[in-house]
Design a binder for this molecule. Structure first.
Ligand code: SAH
Ligand code: SF4
Length: 385
């Protein structure tokens, strides 16, 4: 028998085509898509308004399977982190950040990352593989379904939604896994799936210029760009991709993107590294650099990990740096560190065996995973503020 198709792998147009191959009309695909993504249903027999004959076909040919959960931890501030098994000893992180009037899910797009930024523990792990569409959107499917069921909300589309915003700021570089990322985005935006507005879905990139242009035509969601430096010499060192797409090209691409973007600014992320990129002179250089790009800044206090050789800037330094940007009229936020007690922050689960205490601590909470895979963990993502 042919392998079952995982329907989480099919973006809206692909599901219509697939249903067509089964002899079904496009409206059936929409019904099916609503069951899967709006109601979080995986059991075809529960899809009561589908004809019995279709349900039988579905059982024969398809499945709805999200990647397995290795661990599930909630911090005292409500931040919740799932470690997701993506096979072959690879794991990625999905983090839910509840706030008063929104719930944000931070999803991963790759196991590991080839960009190898100096301050990022995912980069230090190297690149393992791209996540599939089903693995990317499956993080949202799993999280929304879990949160709803726990609240006793089993049905209903938008009104009952627990996740109102998605940020692709987990592990991996989304624009180096372009097609699956865009397919997953299309499902997030589709009214017969999650129906999120383009403003509420953010892709974060280290600056893959050609793919930024491509995304502006294919699926222009909100864009965050990981800047981290005020000149090319510094950025070449911190974000090696800068050698391929230097700042002048990156900032030009940001301006082009703004013509299509759902928001009228780009969010620049800037990781605050003590003595490296955080002086007043850097802030002033930054102002010149971005002077003609409508933008906001999100300063991220560096989350240290042992092998980085870098330190987080002090609170006073971060404040002084942000003041310079704000005095020039740029909206600047400092990212809150959330979920500290469950290590839901960048670089905390770097799998660095030199830090035995840390790793052993992790091992205790991830016992079954340890037995299966040893110390090969994914990175814990930073929490957007
Ligand atoms: N690859 C994409 C998205 C994932 S990283 C990108 O680089 O934009 C999400 C954000 O976390 C990026 O801005 C990244 O630079 C930042 N980041 C990575 N490691 C960090 C660390 N150890 N401390 C603080 N921020 C970090
Ligand atoms: Fe990759 Fe982003 Fe980490 Fe850089 S910061 S290594 S691009 S995940």
């Amino acid at each position: 028998m042919a392998a079952l198709t995982n329907l989480l792998d099919l973006e809206p147009a692909a599901l219509i085509r697939w249903c067509g191959e089964l002899g079904e009309q496009p409206f059936r695909a929409k019904q099916l898509q609503r069951w899967i993504h709006q109601f979080g249903e995986a059991d075809f027999d529960a899809m009561t308004d589908l004809a019995k004959s279709l349900r039988e076909k579905l059982k024969l040919h398809a499945t709805v399977t999200a990647p397995a959960i290795i661990s599930d931890n909630t911090a005292s501030d409500g931040t919740r982190k799932w470690l997701i098994d993506v096979g072959d000893g690879n794991a990625v992180e999905t983090v839910f950040i509840p706030e008063e009037n929104r719930g944000t899910l931070c999803v991963s797009t790759q196991a590991g990352c080839a960009v190898n930024c100096r301050f990022c523990s995912t980069g230090k792990q190297g690149f393992s593989r791209n996540l599939t569409i089903g693995e990317i959107v499956g993080q949202l499917w799993m999280a929304e379904r879990t949160l709803r069921r726990e609240k006793g909300v089993t049905a209903g589309p938008k009104g009952e939604r627990q996740i109102t915003n998605v940020v692709m700021m987990g592990m991996g570089e989304p624009l180096l896994n372009y097609e699956p990322t865009v397919a997953a985005l299309k499902l997030m935006l589709d009214d017969n799936a999650y129906g999120l507005s383009r403003r509420r879905v953010t892709v974060s990139t280290s600056g893959v210029v050609p793919m930024m242009d491509k995304m502006s035509g294919d699926c222009a969601v909100a864009l965050a760009v990981s800047l981290h430096a005020s000149n090319d010499v510094l950025r070449d060192d911190l974000v090696p991709l800068n050698r391929k797409y230097p700042l002048v090209e990156l900032l030009a691409a940001c301006k082009r993107y703004l013509e299509f973007a759902p928001r009228d600014f780009i969010t620049f992320e800037y990781c605050m590294l003590d003595g490296v990129n955080d002086t007043d002179a850097h802030a002033r250089e930054l102002l010149k650099l971005v002077s003609d790009v409508p933008c906001k800044f999100n300063l991220i206090p560096f989350n240290p990990f042992p092998a980085s050789g870098l330190r987080r800037s002090g609170a006073t330094r971060i404040k002084a740096f942000s003041q310079i940007l704000m005095d020039a009229g740029i909206v600047t936020t400092v990212r809150k560190t959330r979920g500290d007690d469950i290590d839901a922050a960048c670089g905390q689960l770097a799998g660095d065996v030199q830090d035995r205490t840390r790793v052993q601590e992790r091992m205790r909470s991830l016992d079954s995973y340890q037995q299966k895979y040893g110390a090969d963990f994914g990175r814990i993502v930073e929490i957007p503020g």
